[in-house]
Ligand binder design. Structure first.
Ligand SMILES: C[S@@+](CC[C@H](N)C(=O)[O-])C[C@H]1O[C@@H](n2cnc3c(N)ncnc32)[C@H](O)[C@@H]1O
Length: 196
């Protein structure tokens, strides 16, 4: 198991990029994040949570205390933040929005959390996201692509992803995948799925 807090403490965070993920910028500018509550699982220190919170309510969840402390400081710097915007120290496999939040969120932005989890936990993770996201809500998700075995990041092969996010629960839109390059040989493919 990866000690994520130790990775942050050691500044060993090669997944962090300068600025916003290009796929996120496309989706954001395209209006795919509506007015409602957006959930960012495994938010780490990524700036997308702050960008979403500057727009409206957004919740980030992560189990690394220093990532949450960073996000709390970022959220505190937003003028007139929505009261529902918070960063929460929790395991994404067990977190659910409480009844005060309507027990569900309106959209999910998934960036390098799925690929960080041990692959044997993927079904649990998908089930939790499906439970949390309201019917009709978008899941904007980046599937990590890498040629080599091992991880994290673990490769998220598209055939496997179509089985994991099956049409029983998800509509895969016809949007062309959005590619975000990472390091050499590693890139993400962004897809927009809709909770049925
Ligand atoms: C590869 S990092 C990505 C962070 C962030 N999404 C980004 O793009 O910069 C994976 C993140 O997932 C978090 N994480 C891993 N497993 C988790 C779990 N079970 N529950 C909550 N967070 C988790 C780690 O602490 C870490 O911040």
């Amino acid at each position: 198991m990866v000690d994520w807090e130790a990775r942050f403490q050691a500044r060993n965070t090669p997944w962090e990029r300068e600025g916003l993920n290009p796929a996120f910028v496309d989706w954001f500018n395209g209006g795919y994040f509506e007015d409602g509550l957006v959930y960012v699982p495994g938010c780490g220190r990524s700036p997308e949570l702050g960008a979403l919170a500057a727009r409206g309510p957004a919740i980030g969840v992560d189990l690394a205390p220093s990532a949450i402390a960073h996000q709390e400081a970022e959220l505190a710097a937003i003028p007139d933040p929505h009261p529902a915007s918070v960063a929460i120290l929790h395991d994404v496999l067990t977190w659910t929005p409480g009844p005060d939040l309507g027990a569900q969120v309106d959209a999910v932005y998934e960036q390098t959390c799925l690929c960080a989890l041990p692959p044997e936990l993927r079904e649990d993770y998908e089930a939790r996201i499906a439970e949390i996201l309201r019917p009709g809500g978008p899941l904007l998700i980046l599937f990590m692509q890498r040629a080599s075995d091992g991880g994290p990041p673990f490769h998220c092969g598209l055939d496997e992803m179509r089985t994991l996010f099956s049409t029983d629960r998800w509509d895969w839109t016809d949007d062309p995948p959005r590619r975000s390059d990472h390091s050499p040989g590693i890139f993400e493919l962004g897809y927009r799925l809709i909770r049925r």
